[in-house]
Design a protein around this ligand. Structure first.
Ligand code: NDP
Ligand code: MG
Length: 398
């Protein structure tokens, strides 16, 4: 039986789509692909946090049924921007969850940070196919989130480029034949900087990623390499391997998006130019494929691909994520929340770049491990970790 039949996906019908976080970097690329494939998708709901103008423009362009703004104070603005259309308007955190519960076939989870957890979980609980960009929800809710995916028979299609690569070459029928996952990392904008020059880097320098055009938070995470640490935890939850089987390899050209090594020493990789529309299209069309305008890979022009081990001294974030995963329970939740606070303070010039990792480490040391049984446990520990991280950061204030 074809996969489409097993999944009850009707290939001759439009796939209905909800985009959580449509106004962000991943969200706008998703809308771009939808607009380039007229007749293939129908859009149910789009959501944003505060960017009313872009949300309204997108909702009109794709003829969405509903537009939701998370910031309730922007409801009147959104209502005014969409007056004269029949797009239903709603606002607030509960409205985001309602948006995710509507019966679209496919949901893009591209809200940034732990704020994406509740709506993504709602889509999971109704058994949707979820394109997962929001790695923070897998880090902060880990095993609990995965249990919900299994219980609802939902399907996560990774959107993160590395995990999309692994997904495309991983033999899920014979996972015991996989020896290693090799997660590639660009190394970020500060790969060649010495430790003493990292103290003074500015938010603008950290956000200027050499290969990828992304939102501010993930760009800072790439500069500290916390992004690769979060992706290490993400890979652990998405693929049936143990944490020792996942290795990180710096590959500055971002051409090989990750690799899987098998017991016979074969290594399978997925390659492409660094354009998020490729992994987004893979998830959007899955199990089919769709065309993208991404520029084609010309290896004869690139000529040289290089690789190096990550430097644990300049980039301690990778060690911290390994520790958090080994400790388990609430430790990754604490790590994620502390990192979100520290990145926010760095972006507003209240914390230095190198102190981001210090705040995360000290917060992890201060909050003892406990078990995660429910979503309430996740929220309680997330709130506590944000409070402790802010206190610690205040001691390091610039
Ligand atoms: P952006 O910051 O560009 O966009 C974030 C989106 O989430 C926006 O739509 C924003 O709305 C919305 N949002 C922000 N805060 C809230 C909140 N509190 N409640 C509801 N909605 C909120 O992020 P990216 O697109 O870069 O990243 C999104 C996710 O995808 C992240 O988890 C990131 O790690 C992951 N990812 C991103 C990649 C990339 O290339 N950008 C690559 C791989 C993974 P508004 O615009 O109104 O503020
Ligand atoms: Mg990535």
């Amino acid at each position: 039986m074809a996969l489409e039949e097993v999944l009850n996906i009707k290939s001759n019908e439009r796939r209905s789509v909800t985009v959580l976080g449509s106004t962000g970097s991943v969200g706008t690329s998703t809308i771009d692909l939808i607009l380039r494939s007229p007749g293939r998708f129908s859009v149910d709901t789009l959501t944003g946090n505060s960017n009313v103008a872009l949300l309204a423009e997108q909702a009109i362009q794709v003829n969405a049924k509903m537009a939701v703004i998370a910031d309730e104070t922007r409801y009147d603005d959104l209502k005014a921007a969409l007056s004269g259309t029949n797009i239903y308007v709603s606002a607030g955190r509960n409205a985001l969850i309602e948006a995710a519960s509507r019966p679209s076939d496919w949901v893009m989870a591209s809200i940034v940070g732990a704020a994406g957890l509740a709506p993504t979980l709602e889509a999971v609980r109704r058994g949707a196919v979820v394109g997962l960009a929001n790695k923070e929800c897998l880090v902060s809710a880990g095993e609990f989130f995965c249990r919900e995916v299994a219980a609802a028979n939902a399907r996560l299609i990774p959107v993160d480029s590395e995990h999309s690569a692994i997904y495309q070459v991983f033999d899920f029928e014979r996972p015991e034949r996989v020896e290693r996952i090799i997660l590639t990392a660009s190394g970020g904008p500060f790969r060649e900087r010495t430790l003493d020059t990292l103290q003074d880097v500015t938010p603008a320098q950290a956000v200027a990623h050499p290969n990828w055009d992304m939102g501010a938070k993930i760009s800072v995470d790439s500069a500290t390499m916390m992004n690769k640490g979060l992706e290490f935890i993400e890979a652990y939850h998405l693929f049936p391997v143990n944490s020792e089987q996942i290795e990180i390899l710096v590959h500055p050209q971002s051409v090989i998006h990750s690799m899987v090594e098998y017991v016979d020493s074969s290594v399978l990789a997925q390659l492409g130019t660094p354009d998020m529309r490729t992994p987004i299209a893979y998830a959007l069309a899955w199990p089919d494929r769709m065309e993208t305008p991404s520029s084609r890979l010309k290896l004869e022009d690139i000529q040289i691909l290089t690789f190096e081990a990550p430097d644990p001294e300049r980039f301690p974030a990778i060690r911290l994520t390994r520790e958090a995963l080994n400790i388990g329970g609430t430790a990754p939740t604490v790590l994620n929340a502390a990192n979100e606070i520290a990145v926010e303070l760095f972006l507003t010039e209240k914390l230095s770049f190198l102190n981001i990792a210090h705040v995360v480490e000290e917060t992890m040391q201060q909050i003892p491990r406990s078990n995660l049984g429910s979503l309430d446990d996740v929220y309680a520990i997330d709130t506590e970790a944000r409070r402790v991280a802010a206190e610690i950061a205040a001691k390091h204030t610039l």
